[in-house]
Design a protein around this ligand. Structure first.
Ligand code: HEM
Ligand SMILES: *[C@@H]1O[C@H](CO)[C@@H](O)[C@H](O)[C@H]1NC(C)=O
Ligand SMILES: *[C@@H]1O[C@H](CO)[C@@H](O)[C@H](O)[C@H]1NC(C)=O
Ligand SMILES: *[C@@H]1O[C@H](CO)[C@@H](O)[C@H](O)[C@H]1NC(C)=O
Ligand SMILES: *[C@@H]1O[C@H](CO)[C@@H](O)[C@H](O)[C@H]1NC(C)=O
Ligand SMILES: *[C@@H]1O[C@H](CO)[C@@H](O)[C@H](O)[C@H]1NC(C)=O
Length: 475
């Protein structure tokens, strides 16, 4: 009996290996570690170990612009080829972004469904919409509230503060100026810890959904405290999203009103709302955190920003938007500290594709990662240095390689709200304050990034000291 099972197991293993080997033949000419011809295990290990982006970056350094990651998966680090690739269909990786059992704009692979969702909300995400005075107020008010908080405590954990602010902004646009979240004022802040706890199982759901679902349905997952907490956090976020949706005035809530007037089900609407609440706060919060950390460590660059802001009227956003140094600081932060540095997997279509003289067959999983694209020496002079001036008159190659908001039809719909929020926040902060790092850093601070697809600083904390800029001369 036992030997029968051993035999069955052996047959199974041989079948698995040979099928992987057969599939790998197609990609055998793509450079990469030998083991990746046979198995996805090294990639899975690095991903779950929060080391995927660094691992892939190292592979590109070793093997060049085209690298095999697994028997059926490659990574591309060749800017001119990435645009078309990112219009390919999405893989099942994005299922991990579903909520309430429904797909949303971000997760759906279906082209028609995607473009109708994008059309539905596109108007409210344009820069022109955001810059109407009655809309810009949503951003200005939150930034002012944040400055008020800073004025009360000059030693600040900016990571929390920036995330609260970004959450209050995006929810203001979704639910109406008064009816969004008010984290900055101390309401509903539990949602913030919930977003963080939920990340614990993210890579498991994204990479090994069947196994992960089995571990949950069988009760095994509940033996692990962090997995139990992650599930509770997800439930909490779902409930909070519904609480926000239900308390707002459906006629006056703008983005949500659009969804409510469509033919989408409540689950579909909730899944859309929750995704925008998530995508819309941590990315902006992380960007601002790394920006202020960088400026606090580089006073000479901060001084240039102070000089530029000195004579600008902050109520004139068009003028703020045109400031070249400020603009460069934002783009350099998004280049070197991309809040989504990770690959966005797509599927090669039926025709296959030829890349860098190699034929890549249909169904291969393909992606490119901003982290590596943004560090290419051939595309960025002094590639590892923070040089805001490079964006005054950017080279064509720099523009091709920069992809902090993705590329193509699936690129970030929230990029205008992100850019405007970041510029309003940074211009107000540095018109009023000088920032520096505390002389003694808290033991918990570590500004390396934690690689949960969207990144945050290790330990989710970043300390900054704020000091008012004196009028005339600075002290
Ligand atoms: C600095 C801030 C941000 C960064 C770096 C960022 C980055 C990205 C990237 C790289 C993608 C493309 C993903 C892919 O190719 O599959 C994306 C898509 C998306 N982002 Fe952002 N994002 C930011 C802010 C926001 C904000 C404020 C929102 C507001 C709701 C948002 C909502 C979305 C949505 C809904 C998508 C999916 C678009 C689609 O599938 O058509 N993002 N974002
Ligand atoms: C992460 O990846 C880098 C680059 O491949 C490697 O040097 C490092 O050892 C990895 N870290 C872990 C914890 O596996
Ligand atoms: C943005 O402006 C429009 C047009 O004036 C207005 O109807 C809408 O309520 C504003 N949106 C928000 C979130 O305040
Ligand atoms: C929602 O907004 C309306 C005004 O549009 C306001 O009267 C109401 O108090 C707000 N509700 C909450 C919970 O903030
Ligand atoms: C910001 O200040 C308000 C009072 O104006 C306070 O209630 C709130 O807790 C503060 N928020 C943070 C994050 O410090
Ligand atoms: C900070 O993070 C490191 C590594 O993730 C961890 O070992 C350490 O315990 C954390 N410290 C605090 C105070 O949370």
């Amino acid at each position: 009996m036992i030997s029968f099972f051993v035999l069955l197991l052996a047959v199974g293993v041989v079948a698995l290996i040979s099928s992987a080997f057969y599939k790998s033949l197609a990609l055998k000419d793509v450079p990469g570690p030998l083991i990746t011809r046979f198995t996805k295990i090294p990639l899975l290990y690095q991903t779950i170990n929060l080391n995927r982006t660094r691992y892939i970056h190292e592979l590109h350094r070793k093997y060049g612009p085209l690298v095999r990651l697994a028997p059926n998966e490659i990574s591309l680090n060749h800017p001119p080829s990435v645009g078309p690739i990112y219009n390919y269909e999405k893989t099942h990786f994005y299922n991990a972004f579903e909520a309430y059992g429904a797909k949303n704009m971000f997760s759906t692979p279906d082209r028609a469904r995607h473009s109708s969702r994008r059309k539905l909300l596109g108007g409210e995400y344009t820069k022109a919409y955001m810059l109407r005075p009655e809309n810009l107020t949503v951003i200005n008010d939150r930034v002012r509230q944040m400055l008020k908080n800073i004025s009360e405590i000059n030693h600040v954990d900016v990571f929390y503060l920036f995330n609260y602010m970004a959450q209050d902004v995006i929810s203001g646009f979704f639910f109406g100026d008064q009816n969004g979240s008010h984290l900055l004022q101390g309401h509903d802040i539990e949602v913030f810890d919930a977003w963080h706890m939920r990340r614990e199982t993210f890579h498991w759901f994204a990479e090994l959904p069947k196994l992960t679902n089995f571990l949950y349905s069988s009760g095994i997952a509940s033996l692990l405290p962090s997995w139990r907490d992650a599930a509770a956090a997800e439930q909490f976020i779902n409930d909070m999203t519904h609480k926000w949706m239900d308390r707002c005035d459906p006629e006056k809530s703008h983005l949500l009103t659009k969804l409510l007037k469509s033919d989408l089900s409540r689950e579909q609407i909730s899944a859309e709302v929750m995704d925008h609440m998530g995508a819309g706060h941590e990315t902006t919060g992380t960007t601002l955190t790394f920006m202020v950390d960088h400026l606090s460590k580089n006073p000479e660059q901060q001084t240039k920003l102070h000089e530029e802001l000195k004579n600008v009227d902050l109520d004139d956003f068009a003028a703020v938007d045109k400031l070249p140094y400020l603009h460069g600081v934002v783009l350099e932060t998004l280049r070197l500290y991309s809040s989504i540095p990770a690959s966005e997997p797509r599927i090669v279509p039926a025709s296959g594709v030829t890349l860098l003289d190699r034929f890549i067959p249909a169904s291969t999983v393909i992606s490119a990662q901003p982290y590596s694209m943004h560090r290419q020496e051939e595309y960025f002079e002094r590639n590892l240095e923070f040089v805001p001036e490079r964006w005054n008159e950017p080279t064509a190659s720099a523009k091709t390689a920069w992809m902090a908001f993705g590329k193509g039809t699936r690129g970030c719909i929230g990029q205008n709200i992100a850019m405007v929020t970041i510029k309003v926040a940074i211009s107000h902060l540095y018109k009023t304050y000088e920032t520096s790092k505390p002389t003694v850093l808290p033991a918990s601070e570590n500004m390396d990034f934690k690689d949960y697809y969207m990144i945050t600083p290790v330990n989710d904390t970043c300390s900054v000291v704020f000091r008012k800029v004196e009028h005339g001369e600075k002290c």
